[in-house]
Write a protein that binds this ligand. Structure first.
Ligand code: ASP
Ligand code: MG
Length: 409
């Protein structure tokens, strides 16, 4: 069982480490106090017997002394990462004693002893597997093994993490590393939906998805999964089931190798997209032009999502604005550059969708009143991506829901 921090905790810890890095110790202490009150209430409500109550109080006291110690010292990036780890560490300890109180046989496995990432921040799947496989046989008789999601050690053996929302990723890495029968991710929604339920009224959970479909959706805004979650599971062929904590009977979504072909499964959107246009007569009949353009993005470690070219122009999209200015100024050597912000990528996902006759017609008929800025088709057979101005997002998602699933309107 892989646990994340209590709801809201990591957000507070992130805020806290920002404050501490800026040297705002007083404001940080206020944040700590608010969180401490919350944790005291939580511990008091979690446990029933007096001994467990005392244990709960002890956990809270220990974690908050540690947080205050970290806050008092000279605060750097490394202390920040150590601070962020406390949410998962506390949650698993709470849960372990909760199971003990209920006389359920459990063991706590510290993720910091087996989860690791290399110098490129990539999880070391093989090493994780070796460490776990050496450990697990001795725990054959234990009913529940508990560990922390999200946290790990980096190549310098420092405490690090798998980025926000990384607990899903931990679960998938462990399941893949030990070749589990199935990986289950329990969240608060009944599986992946065919469209964004926050924007569109009528959506439904998808019963089955292929790994490819799920990874397209995870990247394109279906917030339910950390985008990398599927990767290790797919690599080792371990099915992933998404389940709803609020409704355990709901069947959820099963992600596996099996799938139907040529059916639209879902629509998803990703906001905050920036388009960069490069217009250049030098591109005409030139070779090596795109390579030099791509090198600029590589230099600034910014990945490109969509790309569209004509003989004299190329449009690219990025979702990371951090190096936009530097990128644009370097691109100027190639021609005239213009930038459009606040764009949204909408993607229509389905296994081998691009091979089905008439699919583009259905998509564009649905979007007939919406100005489309860019289209990407054929790059992956499983995805048709459409770029629209973000003000058109809601309307586009609704129109596609109607046109492709016959819902709403
Ligand atoms: N607690 C971490 C976060 O909020 C990891 C997770 O929730 O998956 O990002
Ligand atoms: Mg979480």
């Amino acid at each position: 069982m892989v646990l994340s921090a209590l709801s809201g905790t990591t957000n507070v810890l992130v805020k806290l480490s920002d404050l501490l890095r800026e040297g705002k110790k007083k404001e940080a202490e206020q944040e700590i106090q608010v969180l401490e009150v919350h944790y005291n209430q939580y511990a008091a409500s979690l446990y029933t017997t007096p001994e467990s109550q005392a244990m709960g109080q002890d956990i809270v006291n220990r974690y908050f002394s540690l947080i205050r110690l970290l806050a008092a010292g000279s605060f750097d990036d490394r202390s920040g990462r150590e601070l962020l780890a406390q949410g998962e560490l506390a949650a698993t300890e709470f849960f372990y004693y909760h199971l003990r109180e209920r006389k359920i046989d459990a063991r706590l496995l510290p993720a910091l002893h087996f989860m690791s990432i290399d110098e490129n921040q990539e999880p070391e799947l093989e090493k994780i597997g070796e460490r776990l496989k050496a450990l697990l046989p001795s725990m054959d008789q234990v009913d529940i093994l508990i560990t922390q999601g999200y946290i790990c050690r980096n190549h310098k053996n420092e405490i690090d993490n798998l980025k926000r929302g990384g607990s899903d990723y931990t679960a998938s890495l462990i399941g893949a590393a030990i070749q589990a029968e199935e990986i289950q991710i329990w969240t608060d929604i009944d599986g992946m939906h065919n469209n964004d339920p926050r924007v569109v009224n009528e959506t439904f959970p998808i019963a089955e998805l292929t790994f490819d479909e799920a990874s397209e959706l995870a990247y394109f805004g279906a917030k339910i999964l950390h985008p990398s979650t599927i990767v290790p599971a797919q690599k080792m062929g371990v099915p992933v089931r998404l389940k709803n904590t609020m409704d355990e009977k709901a069947s959820g979504t099963l992600i596996s190798n099996k799938g139907t072909m040529g059916v639209v499964k879902a629509i998803a959107a990703k906001d905050g997209i920036i388009v960069i246009n490069i217009k250049s007569s030098r591109m005409l009949l030139a070779f090596g032009f795109l390579r030099r353009v791509f090198e600029v993005f590589e230099k600034f470690k910014t990945s490109i999502d969509m790309i569209s070219t004509s003989e004299v122009a190329v449009s690219l999209t990025i979702d990371d604005p951090r190096h936009l200015e530097s990128i644009v100024s370097e691109l100027q050597q190639f021609g005239t550059i213009s930038v459009e912000k606040d764009q949204t990528i909408i993607c229509v996902v389905g296994n081998k969708l691009a091979e089905r006759e008439g699919v583009l017609h259905e998509v564009f008929r649905s979007l007939e009143n919406i100005p489309v800025r860019m289209v990407s088709f054929g790059g992956s057979l499983n995805n048709i991506s459409i770029l629209v101005n973000s003000v058109q997002k809601e309307k586009s998602l609704q129109a596609l829901n109607h046109g492709l699933f016959n819902l709403g309107k």
